[in-house]
Design a protein around this ligand. Structure first.
Ligand code: CP
Length: 348
């Protein structure tokens, strides 16, 4: 049900929302998607509103779906490069006349616009796991306007939203859908773990039969895994972890393999700050590629998903990602519809 309670809400993590609330967002997203397909304008929904977009990391999909989404809603997406403003920094990480305390940035932007969206993970927070999410929470504490998470070091809630919109699009339901989130090899170990963590959170919350597959050493955050188990119990879905790629693929309806970094890349106490060891784990597992042989082990009608960008020839073969089972561009498009739904609900 859509009520005034949405106005002003932050969207930092899917775990801050109930299943009923996520279902509302899904309904609104599909309504906006249907209307856009029918040529209806949404420019009356957020006229004159400004969304500030702060990107500490690179982006194609997230930046453009938010900017295009704001234009379609009648407002404006305003891109801010942290290196060209005074870089927003937490207390203890400030540099004179180079950074500006997060609390000051949040209060300043709150006087000028209608929401703040932030992407931050990895190098900008020195690979201190959770530090980027803490920074987003600090923004939210001080801002009088909604703060939206465009990917931090724990969650990528708008990617996860697009992922479940795509599952609903393709299967019409979540119940009984066998959803495989799997690690895949990449030559680059610097890959955050927010995408798989958000994907399994949403999928278990919505009642899918979820398998998380990865080689030993690639475990995700135990807090997230516990939450997935709890969601699966509540939703009537299932959640299991499998260390064998070929076993994990059997009978799956959704095959979603992508690389993420091992925990030891992070700074202590979470990790060991050891990039070399991380690379060794990656290099032992080059066979974790979604090629035609592997995709054939899943259900005959399985869909192949990836958040993009993908490492072709490593995470996935060209014939799979460009083949008939691939839905990656529908998935990318759903970023737009999901984000428009949330912006429409919280920025009114
Ligand atoms: N999937 C995703 O977040 O893509 P970008 O890094 O291009 O924004």
């Amino acid at each position: 049900m859509i009520t005034q309670k949405w106005r002003g809400k932050d969207y930092l993590a899917e775990t801050d929302f109930t299943r009923e609330e996520i279902e509302t967002i899904i309904d609104v997203a599909f309504e906006l998607k249907r209307q856009r397909a029918m040529g209806q304008s949404h420019a009356h929904l957020l006229p004159g509103k400004t969304l500030f977009l702060i990107f500490y990391n690179q982006s194609l999909r997230t930046r453009n779906s938010f900017e295009a989404g704001m234009t379609q809603l009648g407002g404006h997406g305003h891109f801010l490069d942290p290196g060209k403003i005074y870089t927003p920094a937490m207390e203890g990480y400030e540099v004179a006349y180079s950074t500006e305390r997060v609390s000051d940035v949040a209060r300043t932007l709150s006087r000028m616009g209608d929401a703040i969206a932030i992407r931050c993970y990895g190098d900008p927070v020195q690979w201190r796991y959770g530090a980027a999410h803490d920074m987003l929470k600090e923004f939210a504490k001080w801002a009088d306007i909604p703060v939206l998470n465009m990917e931090d070091d724990i969650y990528h809630p708008f990617q996860g939203l697009a992922d479940i919109l795509t599952v609903k699009d393709k299967f019409g339901t979540f119940k009984g859908v066998k959803f495989l989130m799997s690690w895949a090899y990449s030559p680059s170990v610097d890959k955050p773990r927010a995408v798989p963590q958000s994907a399994i959170l949403y999928a278990t919350m919505m009642g899918c039969d979820v398998t998380l597959a990865h080689p030993a050493g690639m475990e995700l955050d135990p807090v997230i895994l516990k939450q997935c188990g709890d969601y699966a119990k509540d939703s009537g879905g299932a959640f299991r972890v499998e260390n064998n790629f070929e076993k994990a693929l059997q009978g799956q309806h959704v095959v979603y393999p992508k690389a993420w970094c091992p925990v030891n890349i992070y700074k202590p106490p979470i990790g060991q700050d050891d990039k070399k060891k991380s690379q060794e784990i990656f290099d032992r597992n080059k066979s974790w590629i979604c090629d035609a042989k592997h995709l054939a082990m899943a259900d005959k009608k399985a869909i192949y998903m990836h958040c993009l960008p993908c490492d072709r020839g490593y995470e996935v073969s060209n014939d799979v990602i460009d083949g008939p089972q691939s839905v990656v561009f529908d998935q990318a498009e759903n970023r737009l519809h999901g984000q428009k739904a949330v912006m429409n609900l919280v920025m009114r």
